[in-house]
Design a binder for this molecule. Structure first.
Ligand code: ZN
Length: 280
């Protein structure tokens, strides 16, 4: 059985997470998002086998952790990209929002991980998308197209219109799908922000919302050790750990990761992808 919690708990947990996409999104950016009629939701028959596929007759399930019985943990990395972050890359203010050292480490150590990828991140980094998709230990999941808030008060992420929510998420599945690999119907809300309206808006997509129960606190961290301490002190069997592979906005994650992995292994944990953790 998966452990579900009310939406409120997600917002509380999200409060521990610093803003990942600082600044604001230009007001005209929403216009680039297709309307739901232009991007029809894929029918369940088009992706019947993907982990995370849910019944469209009800709002999507929301998962915060896996079963607690086994000493297994899913490391998850969000790949954020807002229009603001994109512009920072274009201007040279930020060199990169892809933390390649994380990919290098995970691959060298053969550690399974799951990546929640923003559609704009995928567009910015097709070469990294190919790399992630080609690794059988990595699972791909959806982190919205332009990382806007799905509630009215989601940090400073701006707010996507309700009518645009399904198209934003569907567009990202469409961007990820051609890369192949371990695809899924897992979705994580930007900033972890959601409510019943957002869940109902995404109901036609037949996905599973996957949040987290362990916060690394890596966005805008100023040192690696607090990340290590945060994860090692709160991890439990079945935990889902949220980190970021955004070099510009979470620059200590790659430095903390080896100590996080070593510490969790010392505690007897093994690492699995989300679908393995959730028994799919
Ligand atoms: Zn994010």
């Amino acid at each position: 059985m998966l452990r579900f919690r009310p939406a409120l708990a997600g917002l509380v947990a999200a409060g521990l997470l610093a803003v990942t996409g600082c600044g604001t999104t230009p007001p005209d950016s929403a216009a680039a998002t297709p309307t739901p009629s232009e991007q029809p939701a894929p029918s369940p028959s088009e992706a019947p086998e993907l982990p995370g596929t849910s019944d469209t007759a009800a709002p999507p399930p929301v998962v915060f952790s896996g079963e607690g019985g086994q000493p297994r943990i899913a490391l998850t990395f969000d790949a954020d990209m807002t229009q603001f972050m994109w512009n920072q890359l274009d201007s040279g203010e930020v060199a990169s929002q892809a933390n390649v050292a994380i990919f290098d480490y995970l691959e060298t150590e053969n550690i399974p991980a799951t990546f929640f990828i923003g559609g704009m991140w995928a567009e910015r980094y097709p070469e990294h998308m190919t790399r992630l998709a080609d690794n059988p230990d990595f699972q791909l999941a959806n982190h919205s197209y332009e990382h806007m808030g799905f509630t009215s008060d989601c940090y400073e992420l701006g707010e996507i219109e309700v009518d645009a929510m399904a198209a934003d998420v569907a567009k990202t599945f469409d961007l990820l799908e051609p890369y192949g690999g371990n695809q899924s119907r897992y979705f994580r809300f930007p900033g972890g922000c959601y409510d019943d309206v957002a869940l109902e808006a995404l109901q036609p997509l037949g996905l599973t919302v996957v949040q987290w129960d362990v916060v690394s606190g890596d966005p805008f961290a100023t040192a690696a050790q607090p990340l290590v301490d945060a994860v090692l002190s709160t991890a439990q069997p079945g935990s889902i750990v949220v980190m970021h592979c955004n070099e510009g906005n979470a620059q200590y994650t790659d430095e903390a990761l080896p100590d996080i992995v070593a510490g969790l292994r010392e505690q007897g944990y093994e690492f699995v992808t989300l679908s393995e953790l959730l028994g799919e």
